[in-house]
Design a protein around this ligand. Structure first.
Ligand code: ARG
Length: 278
C-alpha cells in the first residue's frame, strides 16, 4: 500500500517536473533567444533591387539593399549580428512560421491573408506598382492597360502582384471586364520573368515601382508604362512569427527611430544610387 502511494507521488512529481520544464522552455521568447545567441536571422528574396539584391563586394557575392540596411540597424539595436538567408519569395512566411528565420524584410506587403499566419510591423516604405513592357510595344500598351486585356502578364509567385494583375487588367470583351484576368505567368524569381518578357513569352511584368525603374534602367529593350497601379495594403512591413510580441515591439521601436531620423530615406536613396552605378 505504502509502496503504491510512493509510486503515485513519484509519478506526480515527474509530471510536475515535465510541466514546469515545458513552461520554462516556452518562456524563452524569440526576442530573448536573439539576445542570448547574438544573432538575428533575416529571411529575404534578393531579386528586388533596390530593396535587396546581390552585388559583388571585394570579389565576394554579397546581399545589399535598403531592407538589409534596415535589418542590420534592427539587429544592432538588439545587440545582435545580422545573418541573411536568401530564398524564394513564396517560401518566406513558412520559414518564419517554422522558426528557420527570425524576421522577414523583402519589400513585403502586409495583407490580411498574410496577417493570419504572421505579425507585421508598421509600414516602413511605400511604393506604387509599376508595369514593365518591351520598348518595341510602346504603342500598344505604354499609355493604357487596355491593350493588355488578352496578353500574358508576369508576376512573381506568391506576391500581391498576382492579385493586382487579376483585378486591374480588364478583359477585351465587354462581358469579360468584371472577370479576373486569366493569362498570368507566375515564376518564383523575378529575373526569370524579366527574361520571359524580353523573349516575348510574357507581355508585361507588374512589380513595385522602384524595382521596375531599376530593371528598365539596366535593360535597354524594356520600358515603364506611363500608368501605375496602387494596392490597398500600401507598402512594405517587416514580419515576425505570430505572438512574438516583444520582438514585434522592439522592431517597431527601431523602425520608428529609423523613420524619424530620416535613416530609411537615406538607406533607400543610397541603395537606388548604388544600383544605378552597377
Ligand atoms: N510587395 C509584394 C508582395 O508583398 C512583392 C514583394 C516581392 N519581394 C521580393 N523581394 N521579391 O507580395
Amino acid at each position: 500500500m505504502m509502496k503504491k502511494h510512493g509510486l503515485q507521488i513519484m509519478s506526480l512529481l515527474c509530471y510536475a517536473f515535465v510541466l514546469l520544464s515545458c513552461t520554462a522552455a516556452k518562456k524563452q521568447s524569440r526576442y530573448d533567444a536573439i539576445q542570448s545567441e547574438k544573432k538575428l536571422v533575416l529571411g529575404t528574396c534578393a531579386d528586388y533591387a533596390p530593396y535587396e539584391f546581390h552585388t559583388e563586394k571585394d570579389g565576394k557575392d554579397t546581399i545589399v539593399g535598403f531592407d538589409v540596411e534596415i535589418a542590420r540597424a534592427v539587429a544592432q539595436d538588439m545587440g545582435a549580428e545580422l545573418v541573411i538567408r536568401d530564398m524564394d519569395f513564396d517560401g518566406l512566411l513558412a520559414a518564419l512560421v517554422s522558426g528557420s528565420v527570425d524576421i522577414v524584410l523583402a519589400g513585403m506587403t502586409p495583407t490580411d491573408e498574410r496577417r493570419q499566419n504572421v505579425d507585421f510591423t508598421d509600414i516602413y516604405y511605400t511604393a506604387e506598382q509599376g508595369i514593365i513592357i518591351r520598348s518595341a510595344d510602346a504603342k500598344l500598351y505604354a499609355d493604357s492597360p487596355l491593350g493588355l486585356a488578352d496578353k500574358m502578364i508576369g508576376a512573381q509567385r506568391g506576391t500581391i502582384q498576382v492579385g493586382i494583375a487579376k483585378t486591374e487588367i480588364k478583359g477585351v470583351a465587354e462581358s469579360d471586364v468584371e472577370k479576373p484576368h486569366k493569362q498570368i505567368k507566375e515564376l518564383p524569381k523575378l529575373p526569370d520573368l524579366i527574361m520571359e518578357l524580353k523573349s516575348g513569352k510574357v507581355d508585361a511584368v507588374i512589380v513595385e515601382l522602384p524595382v521596375a525603374q531599376n530593371y528598365v534602367a539596366v535593360h535597354d529593350d524594356l520600358m515603364l508604362a506611363s500608368y501605375t497601379f496602387k494596392d490597398s495594403a500600401g507598402g512594405s512591413a517587416a514580419a515576425v512569427k505570430k505572438g512574438e510580441q516583444k520582438l514585434l515591439e522592439a522592431v517597431n521601436a527601431s523602425l520608428n527611430t529609423l523613420k524619424t531620423t530620416g535613416k530609411i530615406s537615406q538607406f533607400a536613396a543610397s541603395a537606388i544610387e548604388s544600383v544605378e552605378q552597377q
